[in-house]
Design a protein around this ligand. Structure first.
Ligand code: PGA
Length: 247
């Protein structure tokens, strides 16, 4: 049985003091969830959020990392920094990173490898654009992204990853994928992993849906056989996130 994982992606929101205040609001709301609950927060918020969540089951994650260990990479943060700050998860390859900051599939692969090497749990994102969906190439595109994110990985490393399926057209738009659309792509991701890495790995890897998840649609989405929770943007900054973690 896979444990569900509901992760908030705070994006570029919350100053350190606002972050602490949000934790105080969310802590009681997310308590006693059967799912693993993760707050993925801006790098500068990791230390105060870890402190604010001490004594709870909440895990903390970063929203990005760089694949080098250290050195002259101004503005980047390393896996060791994230771990030492007390976080255990990291989002990799979010469509906003790919779209606005030019991250390639090769970058995503290197970042995921570095995260695993250091003992951080990666949440690796994939998803098609509206144009790709309309062209009917969603499944081919997602299969390609999944194969490239895991290129050179051993099966046991794939099993440690979380894959987030986030159709780009559903992110921050209020247009959630239908339950059927979300499930069929999450199933296709699992089938692709099964083909390459075998059944055991496919059954272990957790696959989230993301894109306008809210308190009203989470329960139905998360009840699907291949959807093991969600990656939640906008609604992760509101008390609604508590409802989502109990969906
Ligand atoms: P959203 O964002 O829930 O605001 O659509 C999801 C995400 O980008 O991870």
């Amino acid at each position: 049985m896979r444990k569900k994982i509901v992760a908030g992606n705070w994006k570029m929101n919350m100053t350190p003091s606002q972050a602490v205040a949000l934790c105080e609001t969310l802590k009681p709301a997310v308590a006693n969830s059967d799912a693993e609950v993760v707050f993925c927060v801006p790098a500068i918020d990791i230390v105060p959020v870890v402190k604010a969540c001490e004594g709870t089951e909440i895990k903390v994650g970063a929203e990005n990392l760089y694949f080098e260990d250290k050195g002259a990479f101004t503005g980047e943060i390393s896996a060791d920094m994230i771990l030492d700050a007390g976080a255990t998860y990291v989002i990799i390859g979010h469509s906003e990173r790919r779209g606005y900051f030019g991250e390639t599939d090769a970058d995503v692969n290197k970042k995921a490898k570095k995260a695993l090497e250091k003992g951080l749990n990666p949440i690796i994102c994939c998803g098609e654009s509206l144009e790709q969906r309309e062209q009917g190439i969603t499944f081919d595109w997602i299969r390609m992204q999944v194969k490239l994110m895991f290129e050179g990985f051993a099966a046991e490393d794939v099993a440690k990853c979380v894959v987030a399926y986030e159709p780009i057209w559903a992110i921050g738009t209020g247009k959630t994928a239908t339950t059927e659309q979300a499930e069929e792509v999450c199933k296709a991701i699992r089938d692709c992993i099964r083909e390459v890495y075998g059944n055991d790995t496919a059954e272990k890897v957790r696959i989230q849906y993301g894109g306008s998840v809210n308190a009203a649609n989470a329960a139905e989405l998360f009840s699907q056989p291949d959807i093991d929770g969600g990656l939640v943007g906008g609604a992760s900054l509101k008390p609604d996130f508590g409802v989502i973690t109990h969906a």
